[in-house]
Ligand binder design. Structure first.
Ligand code: MLT
Length: 448
């Protein structure tokens, strides 16, 4: 049905006097006088959204890059992105064949399927449990989804607005932004750039980018990412044992983000929190095929919630997460899940190793280049991000702009990941090798 402007106006006037300003009610003569009022609904804005300090980080980076290109259109072909961690290598053949098979089946009577199980194909849940977790967890503790980022929002919906969350500072912005959206926080303090009612866990050179949660106020939910986005720091087994112990003692639930686990090469760095004793009673894990296999556009991830993880009243956490999934999600794409199954075949695993080695090779080049011109760096060994410490007094947004304008290289300012990221710049290793080499030449010229 189409409403004319006048019809909409009449509906507002009759049904919604309570919220329509007096000037918009009654006579048709007032219609033209109320054009601006008519461009608004009568719905109160969710006040939590008004608390958000700005737009989401990555679109903001894109906006600044586009603004630069609008002013300098001749530079368009020179732009190199070391910004958002988006994969660039094509999906390798065996994994691709899984995606193709997933699609082909849909064109046959026998292979067609409509809605799938909202928690994922049983075969994929089984394979995730066996191939990636060595059967440390069981398939019915795996929830297959469209990605870790989406699962973090669903996890927040499950916890609701009455919990206090703790985040690493700096951190992947989704944890903080979704906490704000859910109404867990107060306003942002302009002086500190921190939201009231979030526990910020500083990660810096002094603590080797691993937070001391035990010395900070207790939080209900602790978000922790290793290998870390944005710092690239990877927590050791001993460090994670300490974190699990503190969460257990304090009754906190640890949400472990393992999206960068395939980049781990150090045998002392656990790939999953469930390698740590006691984690099945205090932790859940979000994960994703995005960075494993170039699935950033395909969309496939999973969350593991052990049966032993319980709320204070004894309700299994997985029961409520399953309720969220079955209510607000209809299952990951059947085609994507076909690709996920292929990722976990031995051939798929071998292809993933090649992809990851390639990106780690890029990371090593970036790290070496930054160090060669005198910068201290973190990450890049077990992670696709190199976090570069800037000279004293140089703001990360200033450095971002200078590099964009003088070198046409897109980076991410550390401050975009929280106040603790100020003074750092994040470089992503996901660009093609030629671009990495060219970017290094230009960065060296601009940053020395
Ligand atoms: C990043 O650049 O931090 C990530 O690619 C963003 C994401 O995975 O959502």
């Amino acid at each position: 049905m189409k409403f004319s402007t006048a019809t909409v106006f009449v509906c507002m006037a009759t049904a919604a006097n309570a919220f329509a300003p007096a000037s918009t009610i009654s006579t048709s003569n007032s219609v033209s006088n109320s054009a601006s009022a008519l461009s608004m609904s009568g719905v109160t804005r969710n006040p939590n959204f008004a608390k958000l300090a700005g737009g989401y980080l990555f679109p903001e980076i894109g906006r600044r890059r586009n603004a630069y290109l609008e002013a300098n259109p001749d530079q368009a072909s020179r732009i190199i992105s070391l910004g958002i961690g988006d994969t660039t290598m094509p999906i390798p053949p065996h994994i691709l064949s899984g995606l193709v098979d997933g699609a082909t089946k849909l064109g046959t009577k026998e292979g067609y399927s409509g809605y799938g199980a909202e928690n994922g194909l049983a075969s994929l849940r089984q394979k995730i449990a066996t191939v990636l977790y060595n059967d440390l967890i069981s398939p019915d503790e795996v929830f297959v989804s469209d990605g870790a980022k989406c699962d973090i929002m669903r996890v927040q919906q499950m916890f609701g607005s009455d919990v206090v969350s703790a985040v690493q500072d700096p951190s992947y912005p989704v944890y903080v932004d979704t906490s704000v959206m859910m109404g867990q926080t107060g306003e942002i303090d302009k002086a500190t750039s921190q939201y009231d009612n979030i526990v910020y866990m500083p990660c810096n050179a002094e603590n080797e980018f691993f937070p001391d949660y035990a010395s900070l106020p207790r939080a209900d939910v602790v978000y922790f990412c290793s290998p870390n986005n944005p710092t690239g720091a990877a927590a050791t087994k001993a460090q994670l044992e300490g974190l699990v112990k503190t969460c257990t003692e304090r009754g906190s639930i640890l949400v472990f983000d393992a999206a960068y686990a395939p980049f781990i090469r150090d045998p002392d760095v656990p790939k999953s929190i469930f390698e740590i004793e006691g984690a099945k009673e205090c932790a859940m894990e979000v994960n994703s095929f995005s960075k494993y296999a170039g699935f950033t556009g395909v969309r496939l991830g999973w969350t593991v919630i052990p049966a032993g993880l319980k709320f204070a009243d004894g309700t299994p956490v997985k029961q409520d997460f399953s309720r969220v999934m079955s209510t607000a999600f209809n299952g990951a794409s059947i085609i994507a899940q076909g690709g996920g199954l292929a990722c976990l075949d031995p051939e798929g695993q071998a292809e993933i190793e090649v992809l990851i080695d390639y990106y780690l090779g890029n990371a090593a080049l970036l790290k070496e280049a930054m160090q060669s011109i005198g910068f201290k760096t973190v990450g890049g060994d077990n992670a696709p991000y190199v976090f570069v410490q800037l000279p004293e007094g140089k703001s990360s947004w200033e450095m971002f702009s200078e590099i964009l304008e003088k070198a046409q290289v897109v980076t991410i300012p550390g401050a975009g990941f929280g106040p603790g990221g100020e003074g750092y710049l994040r470089l992503s290793a996901f660009a093609p090798r030629d671009n990495i080499i060219e970017a290094i030449t230009r960065l060296k010229a601009v940053m020395v």
